[in-house]
Design a protein around this ligand. Structure first.
Ligand code: C5P
Length: 243
């Protein structure tokens, strides 16, 4: 179950991230390097230091040509990267094409996931932004997941609250990554659409992105082990064997 955890390393520098990176490496837990550390240190340095097995969380959202170029720049070096579904059909397809080209050239193809609606956005805020009018949050997120699948992405990033509905339409091989993971005693922070690790897994998630509940814990290693136990519970509820 530890391999289902992706720790969000939201740190101001690679130096400060080293202790948490070392614990993750020791336990076989995956790492997610996001906007903060990329902005502080620069993408080539982050990739060089942390290596191929990371989730490059830069949430690309631009015109197709620009996104294709950005994907080409990182694809060879990362395990997973993500783009916004709202970037549109041509943009999603151009990202897929870029990773296929990476496969042909370098023999490595990273997974590409599509961000649906950020887990920090409430249903009220979605309505005020006039996104998906006439739809519920779940309907909207499921719709985005279907579009992402149709454009050849490997999966989506969505909150644990929408996982069940997504899983019903995308089948078992489409990857669902869920941030917004909080246990009963964790502070919710700026997240809104949250659930516990066992609920997210029971609902059909493949990977859980967990940041502050691990990185700010008194004992991050113990926090990872506790979450892994809850993941195993959720998988057992789903009747899925842990790989
Ligand atoms: O600290 P916390 O567990 O809230 O961290 C969640 C991580 O997941 C952050 O790094 C955030 O950027 C990322 N994320 C998210 N919602 C998304 C996509 C990514 O919270 N839809």
């Amino acid at each position: 179950a530890l391999g289902r955890i992706i720790v969000a390393v939201d740190c101001p520098s690679l130096g400060e991230a080293q202790p948490i990176i070392a614990i993750c490496r020791g336990l076989g837990v995956k790492l997610k390097l996001g906007m903060q550390i990329h902005a502080a240190e620069g993408t080539p340095k982050v990739i060089q230091n942390v290596g191929k097995d990371c989730f490059n969380d830069l949430k690309f959202h631009d015109i197709p040509n620009t996104v294709a170029g950005a994907v080409q720049a990182v694809a060879e070096h990362v395990w997973m990267l993500n783009i916004h579904v709202l970037g549109g059909f041509a943009m999603m397809r151009s990202a897929r094409k870029a990773v296929d080209e990476c496969m042909a050239k370098h023999g490595h193809r990273p997974l590409v996931t599509g961000v649906t609606v950020l887990t920090s956005i409430s249903d009220d805020e979605r309505a005020s932004l006039r996104i998906g009018q006439g739809m519920s949050m779940t309907e909207l997120v499921v719709h985005y997941a279907m579009l992402a699948q149709g454009c050849g992405l490997d999966g989506v990033v969505a909150s644990p609250l929408e996982v069940k509905a997504i899983r019903e339409v995308v089948g078992k091989d489409f990857i669902i990554v869920t941030p917004g993971i909080r246990t009963e005693t964790d502070s919710v922070d700026d997240q809104v659409r949250v659930a516990t690790p066992e609920v997210a897994m029971a609902n059909g998630a493949d990977y859980l992105v967990v940041g502050r509940p691990i990185t700010q814990a008194k004992d991050p290693k113990q926090a990872m082990l506790d979450i892994a136990e809850r993941i195993a519970q959720g998988l057992a509820q789903r009747g899925v064997e842990d790989s």
